[in-house]
Unconditional design. Sequence first.
Length: 395
Amino acid sequence: MKVMPVSIPKDIDAYFFNRVKDINMINTQISTVRLDIPPQLLITGYRGVGKTFLLKKILNDQSSDILTAFIDLSEIVGRRKGKLTEEWVLKEILNTINETISKDQKFYKKFANIIKSNIQKLQLKDYDFSDASHILDIPIPVIEDNYDRLSKFVMELPQKIVDENDNINGFIIVIDEFQLLKNVEKPDAFFWLIRSYMQKQFNVGYIFTGSVSRTSDVITMINGQEGAFGGRLIQINIDPFTFDETKRYIEEKSNNLKFTDEGFERFYACTRGIPLYINSLSTILPNNMVCDEEIIGQALQFNIDQVAMMWIYIWGRMAQGEKDFIIYLLENNGASRQKLDNELGYAKSSISRFIDSLSNQGIIEFSKDKNFVLADKMLATWLKIKYETNGFYPL
């Protein structure tokens, strides 16, 4: 029986589909690290479009002369009960580098003494070891006031690893959900820190990826004209599947789903070609009959929580003002800033804060007609169905 997973499976190749153009484009950039030209990429796209899946596939397929590290900032936020600091990000990068080089024990032993000696230099009296992680059985301390020393060590380590091994030509570091860096104490300074080391390293490439609006302030902060990278990051947007790509995907990966022409048009309109929604909606459709518009509509109506499950989690973490903002956009089919200021019922400073937060999460975007709108139609569908069913929006 074929399965269409809604989370990233262990065997990525077994479930991967298409994306040849995106893979070639990103691999072309990564390959420049062998020419002492470090790739600097910013990968964006809708939630659920498959950015993480794609990048993990690309990293897995790199040849042995390219080392890779994947840092998921949302995992740190989860472990740290919603908090994120510059120090914890650096420690996560260090831990991930350690995991990468430990896969080759011969190579790992060569670097063990180098890493140990550097870590031991960090173990000064201004560190707290009560909540430490470990590398090479050495505790990595909680940082109190020696950020400069830690940041220098972590940021220089990947290039040192390349320089010390003739068989290694580059190190690629992916920072997933990079928009969460907006929540550290001094995000501007942290982006500038990364850039300052990238300018001095010729074999270490960074790829930032996240579900953010292309007009969000975190994009401006990192890659705007006056941002840390000043437009130097090559920005690549991962698009949803087209109508024809979605049809081929269903034919190849589904458990023999069948549609009428109108039924498939409804299916594509609901999912918009976003793999997460394609997979989750496919799992609730019957495979023993031809699905028409009515079957798809009923399946969505009665199983919306299963299809839009990520929004249940995201909605539950939102502040009430952000929820009110989203509901207002939903009921008014978008709104201008002036209309929001006049009618939403919140102070202008609060509305600015909602716009920044929701844009940085990729939940709203600024349309061509200069209105703020919901970026994800599945969120709108979920809210409408919950309101029609219960008489009120989710709390």
